[in-house]
Design a protein around this ligand. Structure first.
Ligand SMILES: NC(=O)c1ccc[n+]([C@@H]2O[C@H](COP(=O)([O-])OP(=O)(O)OC[C@H]3O[C@@H](n4cnc5c(N)ncnc54)[C@H](O)[C@@H]3O)[C@@H](O)[C@H]2O)c1
Length: 441
C-alpha cells in the first residue's frame, strides 16, 4: 500500500515547553546553549534541525532549503524549560559543577539559569546506586508519585503559558531491567505501580505521566523506560510520539560510521575493543556495574545488527567485541574514547585501525536534545504516533516496531530522517537512482 505523502501539520504557534528529567551536564549544556544562541553568542553546531539543509527534487533543480525553513519547527525564541532533579541545584550551579561550559558562556546568562530550579524528583536510589538524592518526592506508592509528576506537568504548562510540551529523559542511567509481566499491558503496569513492583523504575513513572498528559516522550539514556508494550500501546492509543534509547554521541556514533564502511567494502572484522575514560557524574554512575550493564547492552548491539554475521559468516562470524567505561575524575566531561579495530582483507591479511576520540560528551549531546525536542513536537503536530523510528539517527539503541531489527548505520538513518521530512511535506523521496541524467527518453 502506498502511503499518501503530505500531512496536515498544525502550525508551531506559541511556546514549546521542554521538560527535562535530570538537570545535569547534558541538560544544562543544552539549556545554556540555547540561551547563548538566542543572544547571538554562539552557534548551534551539531544540530541538524538548525544547521542542516535538505535537498528537494532533482540535483539540477538546486533546491536545498534549510530544514528549519522547510518544515514547521518551533523556533528557539519560543522554547521554555522545566526540569526535575533529586539534587536541588539550579541550572547555574549545576552547570558550574558539570564544568562543561566556560564562564563566558555562563556568566552573562547567570540570572536566566538561576531561574531554572528543578522540581523534586521521582527518585529511588536502588535504580541509580551511586547517587544520593535529597530533593525527592514522597508518596504512598509509585502510582502516587506518577500522579505528582502529572500535576507538575499541568502546573508547568499553566505557569509558563506553554502551548505544547515535550519531555526528554536526560537523567542518570538506571540499573538494567528486562521487560516482564508488569510491562505487558496498561492495566498490569498501573497495578504494578500501586504495588510498588520493582519492575517499575522511576523513569517509567515520568514516561507514564508524560503520556497521560499527552506529552511526547524521548529517552536519552539506555534504560528500558518507554521501550515496553504497555507504554508503546498507550502512546499509540493517544497518538503520541515516543522514542529512545540512549543519545548516540561519541564512540558509538563513530562505530556506526566505520562498521558500515567495512561492510560496504566486504572487509572482515576480527575484533573491536572500545574503552573510555570519563570523569563526570555520568561516569561515576556508570562505574556501578548494574548501571554499566544497561549502557553496555546499548553499546554492544550496534555491530551485530550492522554486520549481519548470519549473512556473512566468513567476514563477521567470529568478532570479539568489548566495551569498557572507566571512571577517571581528572577528565571531567571531556571523555577520551579509544578504539582498536582488527580488520582483515584480501585472502585474510590482517590490518588495524586506531581511533582516539578526545570528545566532549555534553557538547555532543546538547544539540541532540534540541533536535529531539523540536522533531518530537513536529511529530505530535503531524499526528505521528508511537515509536518514531525515523529519529533513530539520534539513538544508540533505537526502538523499533515489534519484529523489526533496528537500523544503526548513521547514513541510512539520516536518509530515513530526511525522507520522512520530505514525505511529511509532500515532496518526492530521493532514491539516488539518477539514471534520468544519463538515459534520455
Ligand atoms: N553526554 C553524552 O554524550 C550522553 C550520551 C548518551 C547518553 N547519555 C546519558 O544522558 C544522561 C545524562 O547524562 P549527564 O552527563 O547529563 O549526567 P549527569 O549525571 O550530569 O546528570 C544526570 C542528572 O540526572 C539526575 N537524576 C538521576 N535520577 C533522576 C530521576 N529519577 N529524576 C530526575 N533526575 C534524576 C541526577 O541527579 C543528575 O543531576 C545519562 O544517563 C547518560 O548516560 C549521555
Amino acid at each position: 500500500m502506498a502511503l499518501q505523502s503530505g500531512r496536515d501539520i498544525a502550525p508551531a504557534r506559541g511556546t514549546l515547553g521542554v521538560m527535562l528529567v535530570g538537570l545535569g551536564a547534558v541538560s544544562t549544556t543544552f539549556v545554556a546553549g540555547v540561551e547563548n544562541v538566542r543572544r547571538g553568542s554562539g552557534l548551534p553546531i551539531g544540530s541538524l534541525s538548525q544547521m542542516g539543509t535538505i535537498r528537494l527534487g532533482k540535483r539540477t533543480e538546486k533546491r536545498s532549503p534549510k530544514i528549519k525553513e522547510f518544515v514547521p519547527l518551533a523556533e528557539l525564541k519560543d522554547l521554555v524549560f522545566a526540569a526535575w532533579d533529586p539534587i536541588p541545584d539550579d541550572a547555574y550551579s549545576a552547570a558550574r559543577k558539570a564544568g562543561v561550559l566556560e564562564p563566558h558562556h555562563l556568566e552573562p546568562i547567570a540570572d536566566f539559569l538561576k531561574g531554572l530550579k528543578p522540581m523534586p524528583a521521582a527518585f529511588d536510589q536502588s535504580y541509580v546506586k551511586r547517587l544520593h538524592g535529597t530533593h525527592v518526592k514522597s508518596g504512598k506508592n509509585k502510582r502516587d508519585l506518577a500522579e505528582q509528576l502529572r500535576h507538575d506537568i499541568r502546573d508547568f504548562k499553566q505557569r509558563s503559558g506553554a502551548d505544547r510540551l515535550v519531555m526528554i529523559w536526560a537523567a542518570s542511567t538506571e540499573v538494567f531491567l528486562t521487560p516482564g509481566p508488569a510491562h505487558q499491558s496498561l492495566a498490569a503496569f498501573e497495578k504494578a505501580m500501586e504495588q510498588n513492583d520493582p519492575a517499575i523504575a522511576p523513569s517509567m513513572l515520568y514516561a507514564y505521566a508524560a503520556l497521560m498528559e499527552n506529552v511526547p516522550f524521548a529517552n536519552g539514556a539506555p534504560n528500558l523506560t518507554v521501550d515496553v508494550p504497555a507504554l508503546e500501546r498507550l502512546a499509540e492509543e493517544r497518538t503520541l510520539p515516543i522514542g529512545g534509547k540512549d543519545f548516540k554521541t561519541g564512540q558509538t556514533m563513530m562505530k556506526t560510521v566505520l562498521a558500515p564502511a567495512f561492510k560496504a567494502r566486504m572487509l572482515g572484522l576480527a575484533g573491536w575493543y572500545s574503552t573510555n575514560i570519563l570523569g563526570n557524574r555520568d561516569g561515576e554512575v556508570l562505574d556501578d556495574p548494574e548501571s554499566f550493564k544497561t549502557k553496555e547492552e546499548s553499546k554492544l548491539g550496534v555491530l551485530e545488527y550492522i554486520l549481519q554475521p548470519d549473512q556473512y559468516p566468513e567476514l563477521y562470524g567470529n568478532v570479539f567485541h568489548k566495551v569498557r567505561i572507566n571512571y577517571y575524575p581528572p577528565r571531567g566531561d571531556n571523555k577520551e574514547g579509544w578504539d582498536n579495530i582488527d580488520i582483515f582483507g584480501w585472502l585474510g591479511y590482517p590490518m588495524q585501525i586506531k581511533v582516539d576520540f578526545l570528545c566532549r560528551d555534553s557538547i555532543l549531546a546538547a544539540p541532540i536534545v534540541l533536535d529531539l525536542a523540536l522533531f518530537f513536537d513536529l511529530a505530535q503536530r503531524a499526528r505521528l504516533s508511537g515509536i518514531q523510528e525515523w529519529l533513530s539517527f539520534y539513538f544508540k539503541s533505537p526502538q523499533t516496531a515489534p519484529g523489526l531489527y533496528p537500523e544503526h548505520d548513521l547514513f541510512i538513518q539520516q536518509t530515513k530522517l530526511k525522507n520522512t521530512l520530505r514525505w511529511l511535506m509532500g515532496e518526492e523521496q530521493i532514491t539516488h537512482l539518477g539514471i534520468e541524467y544519463y538515459e534520455k527518453a
